[in-house]
Design a binder for this molecule. Sequence first.
Ligand SMILES: [Zn+2]
Length: 87
Amino acid sequence: MKGISIMKLSCREAASVCNKAEYKEANLREKLRLKLHLFFCKTCKDYYQNNRKLTGLIKKADIKPCSAEQKEIFKQHMKNGNSKTTE
Ligand SMILES: [Zn+2]
């Protein structure tokens, strides 16, 4: 049964392969081992599914970093907000 124990991942390893798989960095062997682990381990299965949902949400939201212009506008808003007490 030594062959099977080599195939088995710990939950920690499974989580790291999960993350790699999300970024398409996991190789086929790692993915197979992950699938096998998910088959036996409900905790990691839940984690994997949540992870996938989260990645999907981020992709949908299409989050972009703030541009310098937007930051400047934001700064102005802050200033205006703070200068209410002055005349
Ligand atoms: Zn697990």
